[in-house]
Design a binder for this molecule. Structure first.
Ligand code: CAA
Length: 292
């Protein structure tokens, strides 16, 4: 499994991840469990401490649930190299950026990566709402830039959207898609570089409708969620899901859809804006539509 096969696809023997938040942590855990050495860059020593604790706790949970043997857990931990120096990503064939949803920050990271990584390195962004091409054009090698969009919680969710921009090369798309499918064991859905890709273009309007419904007093948060779990067979209700995703992430995805399609249907509900402004971001802040 160390070697990736597939037409036009190259082998990736070392992967970099920039950022170890909820999604970055899940991505790097998956790479390490798949047997591939992974270098993780975070911004500070305290971020190393928090990121490592979160990933090792998650691997520990898998071990306790009997999903991972002791040796496999220890080997996965050993495969992860933590750093605060972007230069340590130099030897990676693929670098996945999983920083916060901020275009300027992502463009800065891609411009800096250009200087440190090898000529063949594929640069991928896990953005859920920014047009990938806007990030790619900060790089001097936009043909080597793509989107790889993982879902929360990344260790569990089977899907990855792979986004080719107008500039991405076929070989880069094939290499990244083969790695995600064959090494990480995910289902790849090729997605256009359009706001929301495939999943969020359908999911985010639904979440926004649920938030607007709650705001109108149509039903309580618990009732809306129970209705969709028990009446529609969803694994969790829309307000609990918005809390899981992060209300700031939901807001930026809704803004991106609204901007792209210029249709009031996609406008983020006022309550979502107010909650984000108030710092109620869902699970990660302890409070959203529910309390954690
Ligand atoms: N990390 C690792 N594993 C986790 C986990 C996490 N954060 N959360 C749950 N799991 C694992 C559990 O350990 C458990 O594993 P086992 O079956 O091996 O024991 C399994 O997932 C099921 O978990 P639970 O029994 O605790 O709870 P559940 O059955 O209610 O499932 C859930 C939890 C997987 C989150 C499920 O409710 C679900 O699928 N919810 C929908 C999630 C979803 O839609 N995500 C996509 C959001 S959109 C997005 O992320 C993209 C974007 O850009 C906004």
């Amino acid at each position: 499994r160390e070697r990736v096969t597939g037409s036009r696809a190259r082998a990736l023997e070392r992967v970099g991840v920039d950022g170890a938040g909820a999604i970055g942590g899940g991505i790097l855990e998956g790479v390490a469990k798949a047997g591939v050495p992974v270098v993780v860059r975070v911004i500070s020593a305290s971020a190393v401490y928090c990121g490592r604790a979160r990933v090792e706790a998650s691997l520990g949970n898998a071990f306790e649930r009997g999903k991972l043997q002791t040796a496999a857990r220890d080997a996965a931990v050993e495969r992860i190299t933590w750093t605060t120096d972007l230069g340590d990503l130099a030897g990676c064939g693929l670098v996945i950026e999983a920083a916060v949803e901020n275009l300027d920050l992502k463009r800065t990271i891609f411009a800096e990566l250009d200087v440190v990584v090898g000529a063949d390195t594929i640069l991928a962004t896990n953005t859920s709402s920014i047009p990938v091409v806007d990030i790619a054009m900060a790089s001097a090698r936009p043909e080597q830039v793509i989107g790889v969009h993982f879902f929360n919680p990344a260790p569990v969710m089977k899907l990855v959207e792979v986004i080719a921009t107008e500039r991405s090369s076929d070989e880069v798309v094939a290499t990244a898609s083969t790695f995600v499918a064959d090494v990480l064991g995910k289902r790849v859905v090729p997605s256009p570089d359009r706001a929301g890709f495939v999943v969020n273009a359908l999911l985010v309007p639904y979440l926004c409708q649920a938030i607007a419904m709650f705001d109108r007093g149509h039903a309580s948060a618990g009732d809306i969620d129970d209705a969709m779990v028990m009446g529609a067979g969803h694994p969790m209700g829309p307000l609990a899901l918005a809390d899981l995703i992060g209300l700031d992430v939901c807001l930026s995805a809704a803004e991106s859809l609204h901007e792209e399609y210029a249709d009031a249907f996609y406008a983020p509900p006022a309550l979502l804006r107010r909650m984000v402004a108030a710092g109620h971001l869902g699970r990660k802040s302890g409070r959203g539509f529910h309390t954690y």
